[in-house]
Design a protein around this ligand. Structure first.
Ligand SMILES: *Cc1c(COP(=O)(O)O)cnc(C)c1O
Length: 361
């Protein structure tokens, strides 16, 4: 039996063991077809079945209908930072963003790079991005408002979807909390997420677009950056990341078998509470985010000194708790408790932390 470590990586993240086993079983001979999914034509009926299945699962989990297009693209969420303004910020309009951390900052920078007028409608930079701004001011002629629903590095998460005036589209980067809880996905006009945080392996980005939005796309967009091209070709204008899409489909199936987003959320709350209870009961481990905005997915924290942090990280790694170092830009510690992380991992980490505190106080 393979020995699996507890993997708290922020991304690429942990995947369900059962999914990895299924992939392994189907590796050499996918369901009697005599070849691996990696080796299949993306134009074959077998592969069409695989991608259609993944698309249908996305729609079921999001409870969205045929007024949405589900795309599987390449280039990561980072390419979406460019495609969103290129496609959806029309001449004379202003791209609006709420800045809640490093990823939103990058999204803003891309819009500016391609010459769009950008308005920062709100920011939490004044307090090191440790909270979610509750109010915002849109510009005149907004093309859209872009938000990052979960901030992977700083560990904040929106608990309410911002209310917008009629006619202003809302676009969301959900890379690190997609499918972690039920959400009124229909409120969004565009949703995107790199798969490698909470949904599958790296190499594919899910993009969900309201079909109405496709009609508003700017003219003369380079082919590979034009959503309407990808939509009209069912994500097969060129070769899609076939294997990654196949694995995403399996992870979504796993979510459905777990009981769907309601059940997943319950599990995620329970896992995160192992950490929050520790922060709330002593000041040895100190969460860095205001409690009302804490993410269930990415949980950053500090210890009383950098020396103790070093010791903690070293001992944690030696004990099989992997990847709990904070992002290089902020230091400290961070655990990512994505959907696929087993309950046991959070429970055992909490025990380890309580023990560490006792021995090092
Ligand atoms: C990781 C991450 C990105 C970047 O994703 P890539 O797929 O590496 O381009 C963007 N936004 C958020 C919120 C992320 O967590």
């Amino acid at each position: 039996m393979a020995k699996r470590a507890y993997n708290f990586s922020a991304g690429p993240g942990v995947l369900p063991e059962s999914v990895l086993r299924e992939v392994q079983e189907e590796m050499l001979d996918y369901r009697g077809h005599g070849l691996s999914v990696m080796e299949m034509s993306h134009r074959s009926p077998v592969y069409q079945g695989i991608i259609d299945d993944a698309i249908n699962r996305v729609k079921r989990l999001m409870k969205i209908g045929d007024d949405y297009e589900v795309l599987f693209l390449q280039g990561g969420a980072s390419t979406q930072f460019l495609m969103i303004p290129m496609n959806f910020c029309q001449e004379g309009k202003v791209a609006n963003y709420i800045n809640t951390g490093a990823w939103s900052t990058k999204a803003i920078a891309e819009a500016k790079k391609i010459g769009k007028e950008v308005h920062v409608a709100a920011t939490s930079e004044d307090k090191d991005f440790t909270y979610i701004p509750k109010e915002f001011n849109l510009s005149e002629n907004p093309a859209y408002l872009h938000i990052t629903t979960n901030n992977t590095i700083r560990g904040t998460e929106y608990k309410h979807i911002p209310e917008l005036p009629a006619g202003v589209p809302i676009i969301a980067d959900m890379s690190s909390n997609i499918f972690s809880k039920p959400l009124d996905f229909k409120r969004f006009d565009v949703i995107y997420a790199g798969a490698q945080k909470n949904m599958g392996p790296a190499g594919v980005t899910l993009v969900v677009i309201k079909k109405e939005m496709l009609k508003t796309i700017n003219k003369n967009i380079p082919t590979m950056l034009d959503y309407s091209i990808h939509a009209s070709k069912g994500s097969m204008f060129n070769t899609p990341p076939t294997f990654a899409i196949y694995v995403v489909g399996k992870v979504l199936n796993w979510i459905e078998e777990m009981g769907g987003l309601e059940a997943i959320e319950k599990r995620n709350i329970k896992k995160a509470d192992y950490m929050f209870n520790i922060f709330d009961s002593s000041d040895f481990f100190r969460g860095t985010v205001v409690p009302e905005d804490r993410s269930l997915m990415n949980i950053p924290f500090r210890l009383p000194s950098e020396e103790l942090e070093k010791k903690f990280l070293k001992e944690a790694t030696e004990s099989g708790f992997l990847n709990i170092k904070g992002h290089r830009s902020v230091g400290g510690c961070r655990v990512s408790l994505y959907n696929s992380l087993p309950m046991r991992a959070a429970e055992d980490l909490a025990k380890f932390m309580i023990e560490f505190e006792k021995n090092n106080k």
